[in-house]
Design a protein around this ligand. Sequence first.
Ligand code: CAA
Length: 387
Amino acid sequence: MQIGIDKLGLFTPNTYLDLVMLANARGVDPDKFTIGIGQDQMAIAPLSQDSVTMGANAALDLLEGESRDNISLLILGTESGIDQSKAGAIYIQRLLGLSNARTFEIKEACYGATAGLMTAYDYVAAHPDQKALVIGSDIARYGLETPGEVTQGAGAVAMLVSAQPRLMVLEPETSIHSADIQDFWRPNYSKEAFARGKYSTEQYIEFFQKTWADYRAKTGRTIADFKALAFHLPYTKMGLKALRTILDEGSETQQAQLLERYAESTLYSRQIGNIYTGALYLGFLSLLEHSTNLEAGDRIGLFSYGSGAVSEFFTGILQPGFEKQLAKQKHADLLANRRQLTMVEYETQFQTELPEDGSEYEIDLTMDNAPIILKGVKDHERIYMTR
Ligand code: CAA
């Protein structure tokens, strides 16, 4: 039986910051951000968007024209959870009307959505007539005037996993490497992540090399067997650094093609920034929606990395008609219809938080046009609404 990704959905908030403006405000050469780091813009979430609403909005995008029947597993991967006990996925199941789904949240930094995808794969293998909805949704926050500031972002990707998928069949061989390291973490008392930036970059590359070498040894496949490699993208230079370490295993033509595909995979991330759990799948979606050089039967490699750390290299084969599963124009409109924030608006939005003393709060919704929004807080509960 063939199992894999049937469809992908995307959501990102409707406000963003231009990173040349950020560079100028921070007294940094803009080329450092746009070339050195490889980011042009980053999405900034208003108070009315959190991991629940963004995840639900991404899933709405995906479910347009799809039946909800047989979706009996719903997994949210996030490291921007809104509750220590109740899964954000539960709110999402109500907002989407999926009451027959086994519903829960997974956490392992940016690996969460991949953990969800692999769990969904096993679930569908056991229940081939059923489908799973896997969502990666996050707000990446490092803090104002920190080295990580330029690598923030916000958004969500949703994936429908099924038997006989119309987009990409996942192949059974995967390669995993995990180790207890302290490269990036966010203690319960902190709104912002702590990152050992250079160390995390080194570890990401080392984990990639380990899983790639292990995958090659296990399968006998080489770089020539891949039409494209998609990477977890905390910033777009990151995946490129990893890709470059294995490029010389291919011919000059293969190297040029992989670099071209890589550039296509970075186009959404350049405009949205790091979305943690969804970042690999944002790259994968960007590749599919921008490349004119991919065809059915092509093998794509995907490298997932979650700090802490767990990494997995896995692969898939594009299916006949996979283009029909994409929504390039809709996603172009989502990005084109965003509003650029001024530095003052960005810093104000960044510092505005929901009350933590139990008081009621009503969010100003006038600037947020998303279908699913957070309205406010009452009696210690977040109040979500579908428009
Ligand atoms: N023109 C062009 N390039 C320039 C430049 C200029 N004027 N000035 C500097 N650069 C280049 C540098 O040469 C460097 O390039 P290389 O990495 O290719 O050598 C690049 O710009 C970045 O410069 P620095 O290393 O000096 O940047 P920094 O110290 O400000 O930190 C960072 C960069 C480590 C990515 C930091 O933004 C950060 O800590 N980010 C958060 C952590 C992170 O994203 N880690 C990634 C791996 S962990 C992970 O994957 C999980 C996750 O999602 C977080």
